[in-house]
Design a binder for this molecule. Structure first.
Ligand SMILES: C[S@@+](CC[C@H](N)C(=O)[O-])C[C@H]1O[C@@H](n2cnc3c(N)ncnc32)[C@H](O)[C@@H]1O
Length: 173
């Protein structure tokens, strides 16, 4: 991680707290970054981009990212932040995740879910995933998203990691 991007992330952490961007905590960002570096996915999907804080952690290793965000004001901020980070291989899809996921043709190797909590399982069921894909979902503990947790644990290898707001990491085999 270069110093320019790290400084930007620190700046965004302050901005996010003051302006209700609901960004993931730093430790979750660090884990996302590490998982992407290990997995080396051909294509990453993010559901819930906000102003691009988690997108920067996901995109920094250099693999292509598609990110979904409903709020056009947040997309403007995200574009500015991605430009500042000099990260280019990111396509933003504006709209509601359920609508977009129904029409998306691509398959993904790595997905990060962080949008409307009660829709997590619906997002998951609409995903087109490559074999051995990894799906990470935030706020499992903070928002008590038990139906998602139980579903992925019954069907796949999955682990609830108790950092930040509680993230579920699921491996699709
Ligand atoms: C918790 S924030 C995401 C924070 C971001 N992942 C980060 O850590 O920087 C959730 C975002 O999802 C967006 N969102 C919520 N429901 C959505 C939906 N159904 N479709 C698309 N975006 C949605 C919100 O506008 C908000 O910006």
């Amino acid at each position: 991680m270069n110093k320019k991007i790290l400084n930007l992330l620190i700046e965004l952490e302050e901005f996010g707290k003051l302006n209700f961007m609901f960004n993931v905590p730093r430790e979750t960002g660090e884990l996302l970054n590490l998982l992407v570096k290990i997995k080396k996915p051909k294509k990453i999907l993010e559901i819930g981009m906000s102003n691009g804080y988690s997108t920067i952690w996901l995109a920094e290793p250099g693999f292509p990212v598609i990110s979904i965000e409903a709020d056009p004001k947040k997309i403007i901020l995200a574009k500015e932040n991605l430009k500042k980070a000099n990260l280019k291989n990111i396509k933003i899809l504006q709209g509601f995740a359920l609508d977009i996921l129904k029409n998306i043709k691509e398959k993904f190797d790595f997905v990060f879910i962080d949008a409307t909590k009660k829709e997590y399982l619906d997002y998951f069921k609409l995903l087109k995933l490559n074999k051995s894909a990894i799906v990470v979902a935030d706020n499992i503990i903070s928002h008590n998203i038990l139906h998602y947790h139980e579903f992925v644990n019954k069907k796949y290898k999955s682990c609830l990691i108790k950092i930040g707001s509680g993230i579920e990491v699921t491996s699709i085999d």
